[in-house]
Design a protein around this ligand. Sequence first.
Ligand code: FES
Length: 121
Amino acid sequence: MRVTLVRGPTPEGKTWTQSYDLLDLTGASVSNVLQYISRHIDGGVAYYLSCRRGLCAACVVRLEGRNEKACVVLAYDGIVIEPTQERLMIKDSVVHLGMPRESEYDTFGAAFRVGAGPGDD
Ligand code: FES
């Protein structure tokens, strides 16, 4: 099973793709696959989980151009997992879930700055 993640952002606000060849995880949710990668292959991969039952939408990722709850959608060979909005990326598929202030974006407005707050400009 091949899984591709859109990762980032870099300090310049850029993203990149990284692919993983996994054992067959048929029947596993997208969240399970992200968790497997993070725990067994690449501890630097970030993902977010909360209820694991499709109730809270904290785990939403973009799959084939549509926002989906990662904990209830099954992964498949060739899947590409993207953040819902690259502009709101904190890390990998984890995005800012609130309404960011203008000062929380980088100077080019391209990406969310982790740890930024009002008056940090
Ligand atoms: S973790 Fe709550 S909907 Fe997926």
